[in-house]
Design a protein around this ligand. Sequence first.
Ligand code: AVI
Length: 324
Amino acid sequence: MSTARQSAGVRLTDYEPTCADFRSEFVAGLRRRPRRLPCKFFYDAVGSELFDRICETPEYYPTRTELRILEEAANELAAFCGPRCRLVELGSGSSLKTRRVLDVLADPVAYVPIDISHQHLWTSAVRLSHEYPNLELLPVCADYGQDLELPVSIRHAERTVVFFPGSTIGNLEPLEAIEFLQRIASWCQPGDRLILGVDLVKPVEILEAAYNDASGVTAAFNLNLLARANCELGADFALEHWSHRATYNPTWQRIEMHLVSASRQRVRVGEDEFAFADGEAILTEYSHKFSLRGARELARAAGWSPRESWTDNRTWFGVLGFER
Ligand code: AVI
């Protein structure tokens, strides 16, 4: 069930996961072997801020590379989207990249940012409503992996354009990614568009540096998952007994991010207790890397026809345009 929150020009639909959802998925993840926690829970208010800071680290190239591609392809993107569209963005965060798209669109009807972090979403939407007073803002707070209904705009939209930047698709495993792109296709009509950002395969040193920044922001982002469990689930993780690890797996073409226990220890999560061996790792995130061809095939398998692609001069990141 959704609820609504409203302020001048902004109507938020709320499917925010509850604390009970967090608890049950967290505990189930710790009971699995090997242990694995869902990366969507990184994004509480603190985690969302930390993610914004990751994007500014010198090592994390995806954000600035994608922004540059969007800037350089602005006119082609506008033509690809067409006039009077409804722009839906998945994992909108601070909507930083959206401005590059909104600024070039012809008379966009509505912007529907979808994000799991309620406060971050609300603050960004209110800020955008001042910057784009003629645009209807319809934020949706949700885990977009779950079923949800998209809000309908007051003005008629000629077309829906789904914007899924940042290579967040890479946080899913390939079969999950196809199912997810199928679900997005089911929100759309023939002729609607998908703009998908994908991080491309590149030398391992560059990839591993991006997930092990020297200033330790990615480590703090990873560890914040345990801090969040302490705060919201009554867990007692001693953060100094855990460390961050991110390595590239060339077989699966993905960064694998873990939290590693620095000693033999027992941890309580509310009523439950878990024993960890010294060196035991909890998987917290996969970040798959793609070839342009592989990304096209993935989306094609989900019912999207490849139409456009844009990349940077080092071919480090790709922005692909598809039609439903
Ligand atoms: C959101 N997602 C695409 C980021 C990534 O690169 O996989 C999350 C991230 N994790 C560590 N750094 C960034």
